[in-house]
Design a protein around this ligand. Sequence first.
Ligand SMILES: [Zn+2]
Length: 204
Amino acid sequence: METNKYANPFGDGGQLSLSQSITDEQKWRYWLEVIDRGVISDISHQLQGFEQQHSGRSVNDIFRCPFCSAQQKTAYEKTRVTACLRETGGRYGSSSRGGYQFHCFRCKSTHTLFQFLEATENGQIADQYRWDRFRRKLTGAGWNCPLPPKEQRDALKNPLYAGSDVPPPSKADRAAAHRRRYEDQRRLDYIHKHRCPPPRGKSD
Ligand SMILES: [Zn+2]
């Protein structure tokens, strides 16, 4: 019997039963698929002429190239669909690890999904995407997504952020939040003591 490599390997609704052992490869393939497809679906409304093409088990997303469509001279060329987000590596049993990649056959640009997000001014989505991949150990050497900055990686050692679904705030943001809490508390203490708000002054 053929097993579906992309089924949920944890048995909840997927095709693999708990009696079958789940390989590491099945796990990372599952999470790669879930994370990459999720991001593509989040940005699909930005991509003009977006359409999904299914071929076998693969899904290719085609659309107008955001980098070279605008500077074309004819209406036909401007609206021509020349770009795609496609799966790479490992889909057909090769040993390299997969993930999605952008390619345009007219301007020949090729980007990993992460680079594509950054190049299309989706910095915040890129940051979240890299964090999701990092938490599933799908970034860095051998993967098509870089490790998050050291500051974010270090935050994993902080119990406050270890299980965080969103990238931890930068050190500066954390310090600012801490300072705001401290100032709010001082104001409250003043009100408790004096029964009136503190005077506006140098401390504000
Ligand atoms: Zn192009």
